[in-house]
Write a protein that binds this ligand. Sequence first.
Ligand code: ZN
Length: 299
Amino acid sequence: MKSVREQVHALSFDVEEHFQVSAFWSDERRSSWESYESRVERNTDKILTLLSLHGIHATFFVLGWVALRHPNLVKAIVSQGHEIASHGFGHEMITSQQPEQFREDVRKSKEILEDISGTAIHGYRAPSFTITPQTRWALEVLVEEGFRYDSSIFPVQHDRYGMPGANPYCHRIETASGSLWEVPPSTLKMGPIRVPIAGGGYFRLYPYPVLRRMLSCAAADGHPLIMYFHPWEFDPDQPRMSGSMLSQFRHYLNLEKTEARLRQLISDFRFAAIREAVEAVEIMGNRAGRCLAMESSNG
Ligand SMILES: [Zn+2]
């Protein structure tokens, strides 16, 4: 088995503004997005510079809303060899949508991203990982709309999202309209529960040496790590939003440490875009399939 340093893990970023996050969502705030200061371009630039220094490619799940307002950002991401994928249009959680609204949302954002980037969009990540037991129908819509992989099922217990008990590893998932790859954010089984270790507030909460050990444990069985970040996590000076104490804690915790931690992470593990991590899993699966077939024909 490959060491965690040789293994290809997946690095991803959900490209959205600091005022668009679900934690601070309100219909009133949604209607005034245009009045907030845009910080997404300069924050994403910081990430692009860091990745370029380390020679790493990643997947950027971009909101259609952001792409329309910052087409040059999308072009810069693509021109530097990264993968563009969809984070939907306006960050509406799937749990608040009907199937036809969702179809319209993903179709519109896919068209916008394909037009601007000049590349085919194959990946999708739901705002706030909201493919849950109640919204599994979304997977079928994604297959019908031409997506090859989804990265929205978080196999944990959480107040806004999660599918406890779901397969925690990169795998093919069947729907009535065909199959696609499911690429769940990384978790670690600790006793009876799965602990999220993939990014976001969790990544900023644990001391880095502890997190590193957890990530090494999760990767030890040969499954790629699937990590996620947001451009606003690299912006400790962002204007503070009003919201619940829990949301404020999760959103603003240790923002000043994110950049240094990401540097450590990318020097400790080998990362690539999700499309490459999925390809590696597919090749491994095919090899294993061939070995099994040979064993059975020999035996
Ligand atoms: Zn998001």
